[in-house]
Design a protein around this ligand. Structure first.
Ligand code: 3EB
Length: 340
């Protein structure tokens, strides 16, 4: 089988302008559309299209859509407040938690709805989660940082589903400009998943108590292949990656050093040296990273960040730069992407 044939049934997404989504929809099936735009709304199914609007742009000029496409026809629905679309192999589920003084319970409930949906519909291999959290570094009504409040609810939901640390998918936990907490997850029926850690970083689920009552639960990357024996031609979903070594933030206040370490962390994570622990051999470098999002805390840093990223990413990679807060007050940048 050629590599192209093996990859046919792996998921794919494209970034488009908000008004170009209909062009993509006209040429094939769409699992869902995530609009990185100027306001957050509840997820919805509109003309058969699962749509989630995130407040991640200051104006429509910097807004974009992430469109998940599929070769198969899709079915959509709603389950205990979360909305979904599935094609027989992949499930996209989207939810939103309204602004509240304490997110633990609502996060737990929304995650339980989504995890229960995966069980019910038989998409038991969750490989990627994104979480967009307004006022991520602010205190909730009880003086707990909102990110830590969210992490508590997420950890409790995973516990209820006996979702072990080694099974949690790669994720992004990042700030947003409004709308409480919005999230979307991708899961598969039959794909073979491998949770990947970075040998130079502590597993997030082992972070010490100083970062909050419950640790963040995510993998540094998820390797997705058609079968468990395929260790050469899978996709690598790279979680949000920041200037952290061990469990510590490095380079407080230094954007150049933080960008460099974030890129170095991804470069190492996807390298054969790191993937050898999982018997994966792909020869990946940063040049293979695509569908990249670069989250930058201070808008004034974006030109510097862009220049540094352009030096190390492929000129053909799709890259979006977003101006939002990052989950630790001392982090200035976070970067995610996919080796597809
Ligand atoms: C870190 O490495 C940076 O809470 O889901 C990155 C990716 C981060 C995902 C999450 C948090 C999350 O800890 C922060």
């Amino acid at each position: 089988m050629t590599q192209a044939q093996q990859k046919v049934n792996l998921p794919s997404s494209v970034f488009t302008g908000l008004t170009e989504v209909s062009n993509v929809a006209a040429t094939g099936n769409v699992l869902g559309v995530i609009n990185y735009t100027t306001e957050c709304t509840d997820p919805r199914v509109e003309n058969g299209l699962l749509t989630l609007d995130l407040h991640m742009a200051a104006d429509l000029g910097e807004a974009f859509a992430e469109v998940w496409t599929t070769a198969q026809p899709v079915e959509t629905g709603e389950h205990h407040g979360v909305f979904y679309s599935h094609d027989g192999e992949y499930l996209l589920v989207a939810g939103r938690i309204a602004p509240t003084g304490r997110y633990t319970e609502d996060t737990r409930a929304a995650y339980v709805a989504a995890l229960d949906l995966m069980d019910t519909l038989g998409y038991k291999n969750c490989f990627r989660m994104w979480n967009f959290i307004n006022d991520i570094n602010a205190d909730n009504a009880e003086g707990l940082e909102i990110y830590r409040d969210f992490c508590k609810g997420r950890a409790e939901a995973f516990e209820l589903f006996h979702f072990g640390d080694k099974e949690v998918p790669s994720a992004t936990g990042i700030g947003s400009q409004g709308g409480g907490i919005a999230f979307y997850f991708l899961a598969s029926r039959s794909a073979a998943l491998t949770s990947v850690e970075n040998s130079k970083q502590m597993a997030a689920y082992h972070y010490p108590r100083q970062y909050g009552p419950r640790p963040p639960k995510f993998a540094r990357a998820t390797y997705l292949a058609a079968t468990h024996t395929d260790r050469r031609s899978g996709q690598v979903y790279v979680a949000g990656t920041a200037s952290i070594r061990g469990h510590e933030t490095l380079h407080d206040g230094d954007i150049v050093a933080q960008v460099k370490l974030s890129l170095d962390n991804i470069e190492h994570l996807i390298s054969d040296e790191n993937l050898a622990d999982y018997e994966i051999t792909q020869g990946n470098s940063l040049l293979n990273l695509d569908n990249i999002k670069v989250y930058v805390r201070h808008r004034s840093d974006i030109p510097t960040v862009r220049r540094m990223c352009e030096e190390r990413f492929s000129p053909n990679a799709a890259v979006q730069y977003l101006n939002v807060d990052v989950c630790r007050a001392d982090l200035l940048v976070e970067i995610e992407g996919i080796v597809a």
